[in-house]
Design a protein. Structure first.
Length: 140
């Protein structure tokens, strides 16, 4: 038996096999997730048209809801706070020839019922495209 201490001159060995395995997995992932461009064999010149003039942009109807429940449709104050007053104001502001988008711009302190009333009035008029206006938080 050899009880002499071993010399510490042996260099630590780095095992490269797990490193190579990880690199192969990353390589396979990149190969599978890469999109390839398709080249057509025909060189085409497409006709030119001014599509911007032909496009019919939707008309935006901005409905403002104040914290105390007052409404304004297209920057005009609505007389009354009921759904019927909103229906009349939205019907007057809507353009039947174009798509109309209702943008609800409600105060953060406005009652939930006030916003629901605007949505109900828009439904009664037949305006189905509704969105909400928000602002970025100052911390972001």
């Amino acid at each position: 038996m050899n009880f002499r201490p071993r010399s510490r001159s042996d260099e630590p060995e780095i095992n490269l096999i797990p490193f190579i395995d990880v690199l192969l997995v990353v390589l396979i992932f990149l190969m599978l997730s890469t999109t390839y461009s398709k080249f057509t064999e025909l060189q085409l010149r497409l006709p030119v048209a001014d599509a911007e003039q032909l496009r019919d942009h939707p008309r935006e109807i901005i409905v403002s809801v104040a914290a105390d429940g007052r409404y304004a449709v297209a920057r005009s104050a609505v007389a009354g706070q009921g759904v019927e007053a909103l229906v009349q104001a939205l019907a007057a502001a809507a353009d039947p020839q174009r798509d109309n988008v209702v943008i609800i711009s409600a105060d953060a302190q406005a009652a939930h019922q006030s916003v629901v009333s605007v949505m109900e009035a828009a439904r009664r008029v037949g305006l189905m495209q509704i969105t909400f206006a928000t602002q970025h938080s100052p911390g972001r």
